[in-house]
Design a protein around this ligand. Structure first.
Ligand SMILES: [Zn+2]
Length: 190
């Protein structure tokens, strides 16, 4: 498509898990340590990702693999667990399937990110601009926040542009509520 610009959202940290902490006695934020714990005997392997309370460092282990037959585990994957591969730990920290299985209460409140964007300005000659969002990880972030930050205009103006159809796209009904997702296409009419 002509006039299409790619914006890639890159989180600079990871979401935290809100849990009741036995030491702090209330709901605390737990962050991933990036380290795995492995329990292996002759027959079975269990793997967890270790989280710790941001305040008191109490740990919580998030189950990654449970009772996997030692013979059936992928050697390359197992080596990554052994050496605490940071890419893999990051993958699980964002993985909604793993979090759902662990019933974790995931919070994106603290997430910061940068946007690698094709350059253009709104004062550009073009009247019809498409933006494609690329997010390698699921991010629970509102679209108007991203647009406001990247276009350098207020959320109030974004809202106005959404209401009068100047900002639109598939699945975008209410610009103040829609969350970003991978592959999202946004059309801006000037
Ligand atoms: Zn604590």
């Amino acid at each position: 498509m002509q006039n299409t610009y790619i914006w890639r959202l890159i989180p600079s940290n990871q979401p935290v898990v809100i849990r009741s902490c036995p030491k702090c006695g209330n709901h605390s934020e737990y962050e991933s340590t990036g380290n795995f714990r492995i329990n292996a005997n002759q027959n079975n392997i269990d793997v967890w990702l270790i989280y710790q309370c941001c305040k008191c460092k109490s740990t919580w282990n998030m189950e990654i693999l449970s009772r996997i037959k030692s013979k059936s585990i992928n050697k390359e994957l197992y080596n990554k667990f052994l050496k605490n591969d940071q890419e893999l730990a990051r993958f699980y920290a964002f993985d909604l399937v793993t979090h759902s299985r662990n019933k974790s209460n995931l919070s994106y409140e603290n997430i910061t990110f940068e946007i690698l964007a094709d350059r253009f300005t709104l004062s550009h000659q073009q009247e019809n601009i498409w933006i494609e969002l690329i997010c390698d990880y699921p991010l629970d972030i509102r679209l108007d926040k991203i647009l406001s930050k990247q276009l350098g205009i207020s959320r109030e103006l974004i809202k106005k542009m959404g209401n009068n159809g100047q900002i639109n796209g598939i699945g975008i009904r209410d610009i103040t509520k829609v969350k970003v997702n991978n592959g999202m296409l946004i059309n801006i009419l000037l």
